[in-house]
Design a protein around this ligand. Structure first.
Ligand code: ACM
Length: 777
């Protein structure tokens, strides 16, 4: 040994089983594959890719050539090696069919120092094996330029891999903002790299019709163009517009090319032709398909519009003709027919609709929508295709063979699975990649909400409510990219990634293989992969969060701090000063003994502050008590769960910050029982209003005292004077004072708006009530 340093390097190399002549640091490889493979075993030594490596496909599977050419081209671009077999070829990468049949999409990848073998029982398995193989090399293998001075080494190992779910999807809305054909291909490339197999192409919207239909040329002459586009956020009033004509569409030739391109990457495309709602662009082109005589125009702002297809014969003929042209373009088994957010106002007011309902024995407009969808399903089934619809297609009865995309939470999916229908889980809470990915004030404008990487990673598509048999109907999960606030393709990718990597792992890897800390380490490599292609992806969240818990034994309120990024130190103060890198380190929950101002900071191992949090904690009489709710809170906005309304924490300026609890379509009625009688004289409750997000203050608040033996008495009442059309986004604390009264408990009743009012774009749909804290003094 020349030096102790060299000795340790050799020892380390022996321990990791791989001795390198060129780049000792190459030994220290974490396996960075995303999604993480199901089984992995490290072997001795390592394989080095060189200009003597040959690539051989012995599989004899159909349509392998485009896959192998793509792989070889990529390797040649970055390494300069051609992978051709020559007389002095030294080592090989071989694709093979295995001796024993493997499940669909599964593969076995074996790397030993002499060669690499990928085995699979079909094209997709080999394709996925190649994706994993690429991710074993240094990230520079993804470069489109020649990279020198790199040891193209990978450790010897054996991977046995297969997907958890058969449906692994990403969606892209090209209606709100148009994604040109080449960018769609790039979107598909990235999906394939992370083993997604389904691209849901949202092709028609209120703001633009994007697919050429030869029989109806006005769909793209008129429907593909809007006069201008909303500037800023929909909730900014008054609305302002850019005055610029905007649009675009895909010719059928381009669609065919994209479908073929996706097929080459083992991705099936599901086209979505929206009906009966979100159809304003089509109505602008063909007004006779609407229920009114109005002059329709392609929408220039976002939202839900009352203008929907009228279920008349002209509409059915039109939709069937459109489907006749769409279906042959897409070889996959599904056609998505939308079905979401169809306001029923115009149907209620239409004599034609009311007549159909009478004739067909339909009890309401929801049943009319089901009748509409069933009729279309029959037509589509007649063309040997299956329909998918958003979960509203459950309302008024599900079409017999429909697959449901559960987006308004998991409930639609649960109901559909219980009825024996296939389900794709795509709840807003975890799968809407148009929501902010870190704190809104640090991000480009987005629609709202907050779905950080960890939340996506923690998503479990199979709900506990389903038994084993019903769970089989959950065929996978999908991430959705609605593009209202994504005017460029770069913004689409920024919003999609890294969250789509987390969802890739949710969809592919068994739950016991998932590990947030390991995922974050692998993410560092994946960030380098994106860097090779100059793609800017979302920042990794380093948000500090706080929640409180009630100590079971003592009833004390305990503060719990958490940071999303492993390896980050959290330090804090409780007296109002900012946390510094020498403030006390947070180790475990601490007791709150009085009202405090908590300041916490997240610090990197180098002591740099990455993020901070400031939060008041109010220690009031009801703290730590689980309020008994007459109507449950929504699982979309649970905040701190059962104790949220009495956890000492108030919400911030964003209703989705994790401190506001949301109630959908119901009043807030909370019973708070004290462990011992208490004299109280004041209740303070915080609510939120953002009418653009369908959130309204309560109309009235009542406080009732409980005195035992069922005796109750109203202690205070307050009528809210703030109108429900007051725009903007604001919080309001309502204070109810009353004479000091000794009570065993209280009941808080906040009478909610429940349905969006008539003047509102969501008229008739369930409205939201958001509450942060019930402070009792
Ligand atoms: C949807 O987000 N309206 C399906």
């Amino acid at each position: 040994m020349k030096s102790p340093h060299a000795y340790y390097l050799l020892l380390f190399a022996l321990l990791t089983g791989c001795i390198s002549k060129t780049d000792p640091s190459a030994q220290n490889k974490t396996i960075n594959i995303v999604p993480v493979p199901q089984e992995m075993e490290m072997l001795q030594g390592c394989f080095t890719l060189s200009n003597k490596t040959a690539f051989i496909d012995e599989s004899n599977f159909d349509e392998m050539l485009p896959i192998t050419e793509d792989f070889k081209n990529q390797i040649t671009l970055s390494t300069g090696f051609t992978l051709e077999k020559t007389s002095d070829s030294k080592n090989t990468i071989t694709l093979k069919a295995p001796k024993n049949e493997l499940p669909p999409e599964a593969y076995i990848l074996t790397v030993i120092p002499e060669n690499i073998v990928i085995e699979a029982s079909g094209r997709a398995g080999l394709f996925y094996g190649l994706q994993s193989l690429k991710q074993l090399f240094p990230a520079e293998i993804f470069s489109s330029e020649l990279v020198s001075d790199i040891a193209w080494e990978i450790p010897a190992l054996k991977i046995k891999d297969f997907p958890r779910f058969s449906y692994r999807g990403l969606h892209l809305d090209v209606g709100r903002h148009f994604t040109p054909a080449d960018s769609v291909k790039k979107f598909i490339d990235l999906m394939a790299q992370y083993k997604y197999n389904t691209f849901h192409w949202h092709l028609t919207e209120d703001q633009g019709w994007r697919i050429e239909i030869k029989k109806y040329p006005k769909l793209t002459e008129i429907g593909a163009w809007r006069n201008e586009t909303l500037i800023g956020h929909y909730s900014d009033k008054p609305h302002q517009f850019d005055g610029k004509k905007y649009g675009g569409f895909y010719t059928q030739e381009e669609v065919k090319e994209i479908v073929a391109y996706a097929h080459k990457k083992c991705i099936t495309i599901i086209p979505e032709i929206e009906m009966p709602g979100h159809s304003l662009a089509a109505l602008a082109a063909y007004p006779e398909l609407g229920c009114t005589d109005e002059q329709y125009e392609v929408a220039t702002k976002w939202g839900v519009f009352n203008e929907v297809y009228c279920p008349n014969e002209k509409t059915f003929q039109f939709l069937q003709d459109v489907l006749d042209e769409v279906i042959p373009l897409f070889p996959g088994k599904y056609i998505h027919i939308g079905g979401d957010e169809c306001p029923k106002k115009q149907w209620k007011e239409s004599a034609l609709c009311q007549n159909i309902m009478k004739k067909e024995g339909l009890k309401d407009e929801h049943e009319l929508q089901s009748w509409f969808i069933r009729r279309i399903e029959k037509y589509i089934n007649g063309k040997s295709k299956q329909i998918i619809g958003w979960d509203e297609i459950l309302e008024g009865g599900l079409a017999p063979g429909a697959t449901v995309m559960s987006w308004r939470g998991m409930d639609g999916g649960i109901a559909a699975a219980k009825q024996g229908h296939d389900v794709i889980m795509t709840p807003t809470s975890h799968c809407y990649f148009d929501y902010y990915q870190t704190e809104p004030n640090k991000e480009p404008l987005a629609i709202g909400g907050l779905t950080n990487l960890k939340k996506v990673y923690e998503f479990e598509p199979v709900p506990k409510e389903l038994n084993q048999e019903q769970a089989k109907y959950i065929i996978g999960a999908q991430g959705n990219l609605w593009t209202e606030y994504m005017p460029t393709f770069a913004q689409v990718l920024y919003m999609a990634y890294p969250r789509a990597l987390a969802l890739a792992e949710v969809n592919w890897s068994q739950p016991n293989r998932k590990d947030w800390i390991s995922f974050n380490k692998r993410l560092l490599y994946q960030k380098q992969v994106f860097k090779q292609e100059n793609i800017a992806i979302g920042r990794l969240d380093s948000k500090i969060s706080i929640h409180t818990i009630s100590d079971k034994n003592t009833g004390d309120l305990l503060a719990v701090l958490d940071c999303d990024i492993p390896g980050i130190e959290v330090r804090y103060t409780t007296h109002g000063d900012k946390a510094a890198n020498n403030s006390p380190l947070y180790h475990h929950p601490f007791i709150i003994q009085h009202d405090i101002i908590l300041n916490a900071g997240a610090f990197s191992p180098e002591g740099d502050q990455i993020n901070r949090l400031k939060k008041n904690i109010f220690l009031h009489e009801a703290c730590g008590i689980t309020a008994e709710l007459t109507f449950p809170y929504s699982d979309k906005y649970p905040a701190n769960g059962a104790i949220s309304l009495c956890d000492g924490l108030k919400g911030g300026d964003d209703y989705a910050d994790g401190y506001w609890q949301g109630f959908n379509g119901v009043d807030l009625e909370a019973r708070i029982e004290f462990p011992v009688k208490k004299e109280i004289s004041k209740v303070e409750i915080g609510f939120f209003q953002k009418e653009a997000s369908w959130i309204f203050l309560p109309q009235k608040i009542e406080i009732w005292g409980e005195f035992g033996l069922g005796r109750t008495q109203k202690l205070a009442e307050l009528i809210n004077e703030i109108p429900n059309n007051q725009s903007g986004s604001f919080k309001k604390d309502f204070i109810l004072n009353f004479d000091p009264t000794e009570v065993k408990g209280i009941i808080v009743k906040a009478i909610a708006q429940k349905k969006c009012p008539d003047w509102h774009p969501g008229a008739g749909f369930d409205a939201w009530l958001f509450c942060d804290e019930i402070i009792v003094r």
